[in-house]
Design a protein. Structure first.
Ligand SMILES: Nc1ncnc2c1ncn2[C@@H]1O[C@H](COP(=O)(O)OP(=O)(O)O)[C@@H](O)[C@H]1O
Ligand SMILES: Nc1ncnc2c1ncn2[C@@H]1O[C@H](COP(=O)(O)OP(=O)(O)O)[C@@H](O)[C@H]1O
Ligand SMILES: [Mg+2]
Ligand SMILES: [Mg+2]
Ligand SMILES: [Mg+2]
Ligand SMILES: [Mg+2]
Lengths: 213, 332, 332, 213
C-alpha cells in the first residue's frame, strides 16, 4: 500500500471510529452543553459524523478530497457552531493535505491550516473556553515533535496536550459561543466542543495505529 | 417533554413537511433546502428578508414568512443554527433584484453559518446585508450591546424590516430600519422550568420548586441568576426595572410591548402578569402601543416568559402597523 | 403549573384586567360583570353571539370577541362556569334588537348557569337561543351526540355563528347555522400530562411516563382510556380512526381541520403529527381546507392535543372564510 | 329570644361553621373532584361560602331573607354546577321558610322545596352520583321524624341517612355533571358534591346544637 492509499484508509477508518466514540459519549456531551448552553452538542456531533461517513462512502478520491467532502457533509448536517467550525476544520485540513507524503510534517502543516481557519471564522482566542483550547495545544505539540518521528507516534505524543487543554476549560468562563452569555455560570464544566475534539483526536490515534503501524 | 415524533433524527424534516402541508396558503418548501419561502417570492424590485435559526422556537421562524413579513425562513435542527449551505440555498431561491437582508438572533452558530453564506452569495454578486437581533439585556452589560443574544425581540425587528421591504424600500433603507428597530428593542425573561429536546428524557435544566431563573435564554440555557419565586407584581417590577434601566438613549414615550410565553406558561398567567406590567408602564409615563401577550418566540416546552419593549417613533410605528399575512401573524 | 399570580382568589379578576389592558383595541370590560364585550357592541340589527365558560382555556373565550366573531364572552373562574348572574349581566350589555345566541361547550355547570340566565332574559323579553357545542366523540357514544362535551370544536362553531351574525342573518338563521356547524364537527384528543390549578401544588391528574390518555377533556379530566405511548404516525391514525368512524351522515369531502394544542405541547411536535394527519386525510379522499395547527382552546398547561374535523359545505365555507378580528384570531 | 331571632342566629352561625368545615376539607374535595372531574370543587365551595358569609353581614332581615341573599351570593361567587345548585338550594329553602315557627315541620317543608328545585334544575335522579344522593335521603329521613321532635334532635337523627347516601356514591358511575363523561372511571370515588353536602349538613347540626339547645 502506497502513502496515499494509507492516507485514504486512515481517513475512512478515522471517520468510522470517530462516529463510534462520539456516539458512545453523546449523552455526556449533551450534558456538558446543557450546563451552560443548549444541550445539543452530542446530537449535533453524531448527526455530522453520520453524514460525513455517508459522504466518503460515495467518494473514491484521495485523502484530501475525502476530508473536504466529509467537512462539507458534516457542516451541512450538523448546523450550529460546531457544525460550521468542525466542518471547516476538516475541509481546510483536507485542502492543505493535497498530495505529498503522509507524514508528521504534512499532517502538522495541514492541521495548522485547519486551526487558523477555525480561529479566523470563530474569532475565539485560547482561554475563551472553546474547542480552540484543545486544538491549539495539540497542534503546537505536534509541531514540536521531531520531524522524523513517524506520524502515529507523534500523534500519540501530542495527545496529552489536547487533553490538558480540554481539562483546563473547566476553570474558564466562556467568552464565545452560546454559553458566553452565562459568564460565570459556565465555570466548573469542561467545554463540550473541546471535549469532543479530544475524542476526535483519540479516534485518529487509533486509526493511525491500525493502518500505519 | 417532546412526546410527538417518529424518529428523532427526522424531526426537522417532518416538521417542515407538516408545516408546509398545513400552511400551504402562505408558504412553500424551498426546493432541496431546509426552509420555506413566501408564495410570491422572489419579489421583483423588493428586498428579500431572510430569517432563520434553529427549530424549537415556533412561530419563529417559519411562522413569520409571508406578504409583509419574511420572504423565507431557513430552518435548522432543534436548537441548532442551519448550515451555511442551507442558508445559501434558501437565499438563492428568494433573492430578487433588490438584494437580501439576513435577520436572526445573535448566536455563535447562526453568526458563523449566515456569515459564511453571506460571503458566498456576495462572491456570486448578490448584495446581502445582515442585522443581528440583540435584545436580551441579561446576556451582556451596557456598552456591549452587540454581544447580546436575540430572543423575543426578533418579532419586532422582523416585522419592521418585513414591512419596509414590502413597501419597496432600498436595501440600504431596509437595513437601516432593521438596525434602528433592534437598537430600540430590549427584552428580559424569567424561567420556571426547563425544556427537553426531542428523543431525550431529561430536561436541559431544572428549576427547583419555589425558585425561578432570571435572564433565561430561548434555548433552555439556564438564566444568569436564580431567585426565590415571587408574586406576579414583583416579577413585573423585576422585568421592567431591568428594561427601563437599559432604555435606549433617544427613547420616546410610546413603546410596543410583547409579553412572550416560552411554551408551557399559561396565557391566563401572562394576562395576570400583564396587568401589573401595564400599570407600571403607565406609572412610568410610558404609553403601551398595541400590546401583544402571546407565544411569539418559544423555547420548546419551557415554562417562563419574557417582556420586550420596542421604543417607537414616527418612522417605526407605521411599519409595525403595516399589513402582513403569515401562518402565525396577520395584521390588516 | 401556575406560577404567575398574586392571590389565587383574585386570579380571574386580574386576568380580565390584564386582558382588557392588553387588547383594548378589540374589547372592553362589561361594566360590573365578569366578561368582555366587542367595542362596537351592541350592534343594531345584528344578533349578539355570547360565548363563555370557565377560564383556563385561552384563547377561549375572551380571545374570540370582536367584529365577525362574538359580541361578548362571559368569564368564569378557572374551570368553573360563570354564574347565571354574570351571564345575565353580560347579555344585557350586548343584546341589540335582533336577539342573542348563547354558544358554549356542553358542561353541566355551563348548562345550568346559561339556562338560568336565558330564562331570566326571556322573561324580560330578550329573545335568547342556545347552541351547545358537543364535538368530543370520546365523551358519549353515537346516538347520544347531545350528551357529548365541547372541546376544540368550539372554535369552528363560534367562527361560523359569529360570521352569520355579522352578516346580519336573523336569530333563527344564526341558530340554525351554529347548530349545523356543531352537527358537522368532531374532535378527539390525547393527553401526555395533567395541569395544575392556580395556587395548587399537585396536578389534577398525572400520566405515567411512557403512557398517554385517550379522549381527554379540556379541564384536566383524565381520558377515557389509557394506552402506551406511540409514535406520531400511530397517534395520527388513532385520532383519525375515531373521527372518521363518527363522520356525520351527510359528510362531503372537504374538511376544515384544527390540530389544537392544550398548552404544554410544542408547536413543532404538532407539525410533525400534522404531517401524518394530512397524509391520512388525503389517503381517505378528504380535502383539508385551510388547516389550523395552533393553540385555540387550551387547558391551562396540560400536555396533549386534539384533532377536530368540521365537514364543510357551500353554506359553511364562506362563513369560515369571512373576515373577523379579535385578540386571538384575525381573518382578512 | 323569639323563634325568628333564633332562626337568624342559626343561619348566621351555620354559614360561619360551614365555611370553617369546608375550608378544612378543601383539599380533600378537590382531590375527589380531580378523580374524574376538574378538581375545583373545594375551591368553588370555599369561594361560595366566603361570599355567602359576606352577604349576610350586610343584611338584618329574617332567616328566610338571609338564606335567599346567601344563595344568590353563593351562586354568583362559585359559578360552576355546584354554585348554581347549592345557591338555588339555599335560596329556595329561604323562600319556603318565610315566617312560621322555626321547627322540624317548617324545616322539612323548606328542605323539600329546596330538593325539588335542585332536581328540577339539575335533572339528576337518585343514583346518578350527585349531591342529590346525599340530599334526598336526608330530606326523606327528616320527614320521617316524629312531628314534635325538636329540630336539633330531628336533624341529628336524619344525618346518618345523608352520610350513607354520600358513601354509596362510591359505587356509582356518574351520569350527570362533568364526570359523567368518564363513566366507569368515576367508580370507586365518592361524589365531591355529595361529600360536601354532608359537611354542610353537619355544620348545621352544630349550629342548631349551639343556638337551640
Ligand atoms: N466562536 C467559536 N469559536 C470556537 N468554538 C466555538 C465558537 N462557538 C462555539 N464554539 C464551540 O462549539 C461548541 C458548541 O457546539 P454546539 O453545541 O454543537 O453548537 P451550538 O452552540 O450552536 O449549540 C462549544 O462548546 C465551543 O467549543
Ligand atoms: N346536574 C347535576 N345535578 C346535581 N348535581 C350535580 C349536577 N352536576 C353536577 N352536580 C354536582 O356538582 C358537583 C361538582 O361541583 P363543582 O366541581 O363545584 O362544579 P363543576 O362540575 O362545574 O366543576 C358534583 O360532584 C355533583 O355532586
Ligand atoms: Mg449547543
Ligand atoms: Mg445548538
Ligand atoms: Mg369546574
Ligand atoms: Mg368541578
Amino acid at each position: 500500500m502506497g502513502s496515499s492509499e494509507i492516507a485514504v484508509a486512515v481517513v475512512r477508518r478515522w471517520l468510522a471510529l470517530a462516529l463510534e466514540v462520539i456516539t458512545a459519549h453523546e449523552e455526556e456531551l449533551g450534558r456538558l452543553d446543557a450546563a451552560a448552553g443548549d444541550g445539543d452538542h452530542g446530537a449535533t456531533m453524531v448527526r455530522g459524523l453520520r453524514a460525513a461517513n455517508a459522504a466518503v462512502e460515495k467518494t473514491s478520491d484521495g485523502a484530501g478530497r475525502l476530508l473536504i467532502e466529509a467537512g462539507a457533509a458534516f457542516s451541512d448536517a450538523s448546523g450550529g457552531a460546531s457544525g460550521a467550525l468542525i466542518g471547516a476544520l476538516l475541509s481546510s485540513v483536507g485542502r492543505a493535505l493535497s498530495d505529498g507524503p503522509f507524514d508528521t510534517a504534512t499532517a502538522t502543516k495541514a492541521l495548522q491550516a485547519g486551526l487558523s481557519m477555525v480561529m479566523r471564522l470563530g474569532k475565539a482566542q485560547p482561554g475563551d473556553k472553546t474547542l480552540v483550547d484543545a486544538l491549539k495545544p495539540f497542534v503546537d505539540a505536534l509541531a514540536a515533535q521531531p520531524a522524523d518521528q513517524p506520524l502515529p507516534a507523534a500523534w500519540r505524543a501530542a495527545l496529552p496536550a489536547a487533553q490538558a487543554g480540554a481539562a483546563a476549560t473547566r476553570e474558564m468562563a466562556a467568552r464565545r459561543g452560546r454559553s458566553a452569555k452565562l459568564g460565570e455560570r459556565s465555570l466548573g464544566h469542561a467545554d463540550p466542543g473541546a471535549t469532543s475534539l479530544v475524542y476526535l483526536l483519540q479516534a485518529m490515534e487509533m486509526a493511525l495505529a491500525e493502518k500505519c503501524e | 417533554m417532546t412526546k410527538l415524533y417518529n424518529n428523532p433524527a427526522d424531526f426537522r424534516e417532518e416538521l417542515i413537511e407538516g408545516f408546509v402541508a398545513a400552511y400551504g396558503r402562505f408558504v412553500r418548501r424551498v426546493p432541496d433546502a431546509s426552509g420555506v419561502m413566501a408564495l410570491d417570492a422572489p419579489r421583483p424590485g423588493k428586498v428579500a428578508l431572510v430569517i432563520g435559526g434553529g427549530s424549537g422556537h415556533y412561530p419563529a421562524f417559519c411562522g413569520y414568512v409571508g406578504p409583509g413579513l419574511a420572504a423565507a425562513a431557513v430552518m435548522g435542527n432543534v436548537f441548532a443554527a442551519p448550515s451555511a449551505e442551507q442558508v445559501y440555498r434558501v437565499t438563492k431561491a428568494v433573492a430578487g433584484d433588490a438584494g437580501v437582508l439576513y435577520c436572526y438572533g445573535n448566536y455563535s452558530g447562526d453568526v458563523l453559518n449566515f456569515d459564511m453564506a453571506e460571503l458566498r452569495c456576495q462572491e456570486e454578486g448578490i448584495d446581502v446585508r445582515t442585522v443581528r437581533v440583540t435584545d436580551d439585556v441579561a446576556s451582556a452589560p451596557r456598552g456591549q450591546e452587540d454581544e447580546r443574544r436575540g430572543i423575543a425581540g426578533d418579532f419586532f425587528v422582523f416585522k419592521i424590516a418585513g414591512a419596509a421591504a414590502a413597501r419597496g424600500d432600498s436595501l440600504d433603507e431596509v437595513e437601516r430600519l432593521a438596525r434602528k428597530a433592534n437598537a430600540r428593542t430590549r427584552s428580559f425573561g424569567v424561567a420556571f422550568g426547563g425544556c427537553t429536546l426531542p428523543g431525550q428524557s431529561a430536561p436541559l435544566f431544572t428549576v427547583e420548586p419555589g425558585r425561578m431563573e432570571l435572564g433565561l435564554g430561548v434555548h433552555g440555557e439556564p438564566g444568569v441568576q436564580s431567585s426565590h419565586m415571587r408574586p406576579a407584581r414583583e416579577i413585573a417590577d423585576l422585568l421592567l426595572d431591568a428594561l427601563l434601566a437599559d432604555a435606549p438613549p433617544d427613547a420616546g414615550s410610546t413603546v410596543a410591548v410583547l409579553l412572550n410565553g416560552l411554551g408551557a406558561t399559561q396565557y391566563e398567567e401572562m394576562f395576570v402578569l400583564y396587568k401589573d406590567v401595564h400599570r407600571r408602564l403607565l406609572a412610568e409615563g410610558l404609553s403601551p402601543y398595541k400590546p401583544i401577550v402571546n407565544e411569539m418566540v418559544t423555547s420548546l416546552d419551557m415554562a417562563g416568559c419574557s417582556l420586550t419593549l420596542c421604543w417607537l417613533d414616527e418612522e417605526l410605528t407605521p411599519l409595525l402597523d403595516a399589513p402582513c399575512a403569515s401562518a402565525a401573524y396577520i395584521n390588516c
